[in-house]
Design a protein around this ligand. Structure first.
Ligand SMILES: [Zn+2]
Length: 255
């Protein structure tokens, strides 16, 4: 049986998401921004929390971990490199490790840049990837602890996933990301189509995610730093892609 997911909002603009294995009843929360919305989601779905899979140490991804663990006795899995900055960790993982949520299998990708030890969880058999604050729809996370070159390599790793991989990210930033993306690629038809779709979703008070890797490759400027026309339009023709990425990220920081 394939995995089921349940997406909900937390804090101001964070997403919470549960992944559920119908075969065993196991359920993981991907990050835990705060406990109460996760509890509401568990009541709505009648799923039992067995795992929390943490992508990185920021408080808006870990604030609910201790409370949820105390109540549900769930197992907390965290990136090895920053486990000391995350509460109540039971298991640590790094690049290439696999872990089980019931009978579902996740593979761990290290995606440093936003934080130094950030990881993503890829459920390949279900075409699902939980990417935290590395990749957003039509955007990417701020490069806080790493370098632009490191972040570009992390984004390339995610870009290499199959096109039909559904991407769950940590924040609802899509509308603002689209406004910025249009300044980089004003004539991108896939971006224009995504803008129309997102306007409709937000008007209906629906989340704008998940998107797919295929959609992001076509419209997300941060995954397109190696498109020669973009480098040229930024005055960086012939420069390495990571430098083009760094310029796009810098412009977004100032926008
Ligand atoms: Zn973060």
């Amino acid at each position: 049986m394939s995995a089921q997911t349940h997406l909900f909002r937390c804090l101001t603009d964070n997403f919470g998401v549960l992944i559920h294995d119908p075969a065993t009843g196991a359920t993981a929360a991907i990050d835990a921004p705060e406990a109460a919305p996760v509890e509401t989601a568990l009541r709505t779905t009648r799923w039992k929390l067995t795992d929390i899979l943490v992508t990185h140490h920021h408080a808006d991804h870990t604030g609910g971990v201790e409370e949820l663990k105390a109540r549900h006795k769930c197992r907390v899995t965290a990136p090895r490199q920053e486990a000391s900055r995350i509460p109540a960790v039971d298991a640590t993982v790094s690049e290439g490790d696999t872990l089980k949520v019931g009978s579902l299998t996740a593979r761990v990708l290290e995606t440093p840049g936003h934080t130094a030890g950030h990881i993503a969880y890829v459920f390949g058999a279900d075409n699902l990837a939980f990417v935290g604050d590395t990749l957003f729809s039509i955007g990417c996370g701020r490069v806080i602890e790493g370098t632009p070159e490191m972040m570009w390599q992390s984004l390339l790793k995610l870009r290499g996933l199959p096109d039909d991989t559904r991407i769950y990210c940590g924040h609802e930033y899509t509308a603002a990301n689209i406004r910025f993306a249009k300044t980089i690629e004003p004539a991108n038809a896939a971006l224009a189509a995504r803008e129309k779709e997102v306007e409709k979703l937000l008007a209906a008070k629906k989340p704008t995610i998940p998107s797919t890797i295929g959609e992001e490759k076509a419209a997300n400027p941060f995954l397109r730093a190696d498109v020669p026309e973009i480098a040229k339009s930024l005055g960086l023709a012939g420069q390495p892609a990571w430098k083009v990425f760094a310029e796009i990220r810098e412009r977004k920081n100032r926008s």
